[in-house]
Every structure is written in structure tokens, then in C-alpha cells.
Design a protein around this ligand. Structure first.
Ligand code: DC
Length: 224
């Protein structure tokens, strides 16, 4: 039996993660937070002192990660060898390192099969950068979220503050644009909408409105 898939792609701070969590709650489907996989590879690289461009070592780590995922009410939880990394991997430094390891084709190839394992009945909501283009090209509904750089930086700032992580808004803005450029310009699976994706600009929309639009699209396609 083929399980239906909704992909949610776009740059950071557009509301992808929140939308994906809300859609999994609404549908009862599985969730793939693909950014968490790249973040854990980056976390391991830093912990083990491996350079962020050491493709072979990092791909080996990516292929063998003893990862466990769990869905809490309002966030994705990640454990590695019994250690809860859910907060640790959300740090900006890890996000930046994740974008660097994500530029390595060998790491992306090692994570491809692991990501596809998440596709099981009754269905999957997958969020990331290349869910609709590369990982799940046959997805029934592909959403691509955008938002102005200013709004995205503010959202990230609030998110991190809420988690008690101290950040500077101007630095954060700069880091976000550096990361966007790297994600958009890499040779393999660059950040871009799939040709059949529906693009939603969330600059002036709250998350409940975005969720309603995506719910209507999913209903129109007979997914929910
Ligand atoms: O979505 P996020 O902020 O957790 O992702 C962190 C980084 O991981 C992002 O800047 C690029 C990389 N990434 C990727 O290359 N491909 C994905 N599908 C998800 C994330």
C-alpha cells in the first residue's frame, strides 16, 4: 500500500517545522523533520572533532547514526544513543554546521534511504529543503513556504529566545542569509521549489491561516 505524502520545503524561519507538526497532528501521519538528521550529523562531527568538509567520515556517520525520533506535543524529540539532543541540536551553531554538512553529496546520499524509511502508512508529512524535489518526488502535495528575510529573522529570534537561547537579532539575520545562500547555491539538491510545488508566502500570515490553506489543499486532493 502506498502511503500519501505531504512535503513542506523552504528556507528557515518560514514556519515549516510548526506547520509540519500541526499537519501531523491533524492527519495522524508520521513526521520527518529532515533538518534534524543534518543537525545530528553536524552535532556528531563537532563532538568527535571531525572537519565539516570531511565527506567520507561524515557520510559514514550519517549512514550509521543510531537515532531515535519521538513526537512531543509541540516539538520533535531526538535521541542519540540514549541522550536527548532535542534542544542541543536547535542551536544556531549546529544549524550553520548542518548547512555545511548538507552541502556534501556523500552525506546527502547517505541520508536519502534513511529519510525514505519514514514513509509508512497511514502517511507522511516531511519538512526540509529537498523533500519535494529529491527525497519524495512523487508526493501528493508539495508546499514551498517563503517569507521576507526580516520576518524570518524575527521568528527565529523569538523561537530561540523562548528556548532560553541568547541571540543577537542583527547577527542572526546575517547568519540566516549566509545559510540561505549556501543552501540555495550548493551543487546537489539546492534549496528550490519543485516544479509542481504550491508556493505560499507566509510573511503576513499567522501559522493558523497557513495551516488552514494547506488543509484545504490536502482536502481538495482527497488526502484528508
Ligand atoms: O530546517 P533546519 O533549519 O533544521 O535545517 C538545518 C540545515 O540542514 C539547513 O540549513 C540545511 C540542512 N538541510 C538540508 O540540507 N536538507 C534538508 N532536507 C534539511 C536540512
Amino acid at each position: 500500500m502506498r502511503a500519501p505524502t505531504i512535503t513542506i520545503d523552504g528556507p528557515g524561519g518560514t514556519g515549516k517545522g510548526t506547520l509540519a507538526l500541526r499537519m501531523t497532528r491533524r492527519t495522524g501521519w508520521h513526521l520527518l523533520d529532515s533538518g534534524a538528521l543534518y543537525r545530528v550529523v553536524a552535532y556528531q562531527a563537532r563532538r568527535l572533532g571531525i572537519a565539516l568538509d570531511a565527506a567520507v567520515e561524515l557520510a559514514t556517520i550519517a549512514a550509521a547514526l543510531p537515532l531515535e525520533f519521538g513526537g512531543a506535543e509541540d516539538r520533535v524529540q531526538v535521541w542519540l544513543e540514549g541522550q536527548d539532543l532535542s534542544d542541543e541540536i536547535r542551536r544556531e551553531a549546529i544549524g550553520d554546521a548542518a548547512s555545511k554538512v548538507g552541502a556534501l553529496p556523500a552525506v546527502r546520499a547517505a541520508l536519502l534511504a534513511r529519510q525514505r524509511e519514514f514513509l509508512r502508512p497511514p502517511g507522511l508529512v516531511a519538512d526540509g529543503r529537498d523533500m519535494g524535489t529529491v527525497v519524495f518526488p512523487a508526493a501528493e502535495l508539495k508546499i514551498y513556504l517563503t517569507a521576507s528575510p526580516e520576518v524570518r529573522a524575527e521568528r527565529r529570534y523569538k523561537q530561540l529566545k523562548q528556548k532560553g537561547i541568547d541571540v543577537n537579532l542583527a547577527r542572526l539575520s546575517e547568519d540566516i542569509s549566509t545559510r540561505d545562500r549556501r543552501d540555495e547555491q550548493r551543487d546537489v539538491s539546492p534549496l528550490q521549489p519543485a516544479s509542481d510545488a504550491i508556493i505560499l508566502d507566509t510573511t503576513a500570515l499567522d501559522i493558523a491561516t497557513v495551516e488552514e490553506s494547506v488543509k484545504a489543499l490536502a482536502q481538495a486532493r482527497g488526502l484528508v
